[in-house]
Design a binder for this molecule. Sequence first.
Ligand code: URA
Length: 434
Amino acid sequence: MRMYDLILKKKQGGELSTDEIRYMIEGFTEGSIPDYQMSAMTMAICFRGMTPRETVDLTLAMRDSGDVLDLSGIKGVKVDKHSTGGVGDKTSLALTPIIAALGVPVAKMSGRGLGHTGGTIDKLECFDGFTTALSEEQFAGNVNTIGIAIAGQTANLAPADKKLYALRDVTATVDQMSLIASSIMSKKLASGSDAIVLDVKTGNGAFMKKLEDSRALAKEMVSIGTMAGKKTVAVITDMDQPLGRAVGNSLEVREAIDTLRGEGPADFKEVVFALGSQMLMLAGRAADEKEARALMEGVIEDGSALDKFAQFVRAQGGDAAPVYDTSLLPVAGKTLEVTAKESGYVHRILAEDIGIACMTLGGGRETKESAIDLSVGIILEKKNGDAVSDGEVLATIYGNDDAKMQAAYEKIAHAYEIAKEPAAFVPVVREYIF
Ligand code: URA
């Protein structure tokens, strides 16, 4: 078999066999298929697509590229959660300690930022010393003892996806349904959890911009999960504006901590509670959504979710002091305000542009090797539906470099759409796919 022939076949719209997909993923993982051939293949997939059978084969080949964890020794239904990627999406940071504080074990694999969207691992690195490079024993041990572990792909879980994810990030090949579905589900199937809740974003800042595409992605992932014997549910949530008010690593960590203290923004809390309810119901911890929500409110009010977050940060080598004093988080030295040029109501905040503005500030990666600046970002002072007066502050930029901040300013000013008439309310949770 030759990778050249497989690229040609896909370029011409052909369907790759199970063996061809295995050959490609095994060769890419061990290094005999180079990045440039795999990049050509992913671009061909972007143009030609994959059948549901090819997508399942790709998922299973990536799952089997490394270890598949067996967490059956840990009692209780282990739940995992994953987002398709959004702007301001710090959901895992608040959600996982809430669920773990309720006694439901969370075994999660996370990624780094992808394209214009942020990643959980980058955010967690705001805590000095924090690592997601856990061995299989540490991962399972932490789930067992403190009820929560978040691993990166260094633990030899789905290494093919780790390599492919980094390549797609810098070759404009992220936003393809089969590539997203197989990327997410290969990790989820490798990490040993029993149940999976998927947060499928829809709208301008998501990889799937149209609701029908997000729905198709959700259905595809739920069917892969179910076929692999895992209870899987997807929640489609809004990404037509960034989630919450904070965009940028340390600012998002602060907002997640505020939420664990009961002080977070309403749209963010709603996404956390919608996903959390599904996790608690899948785990058999709550009978219905009403009970699940009451339980989650309880662990926020009594401080146990915040304490669980600190315990988790410490267990993975991090300094947990910022959990109780967010002023210790890295923060950029300069600020710049974006002000309204007219009065009216905010109708849309182009989330992708806000994500790109954050990357411009240094908060995301331009190449696989780029280092990111954890301290930069944007606080959205106004969100969809808010009334604004001419000259009022729409957003505050936190940066370390005047030229980058000016470039971000232009993007953010353009991202806000303001009109005279009040804006219709759009719920942040759109649909559930079971
Ligand atoms: N999240 C992932 O893990 N993979 C993707 O392809 C997109 C979002």
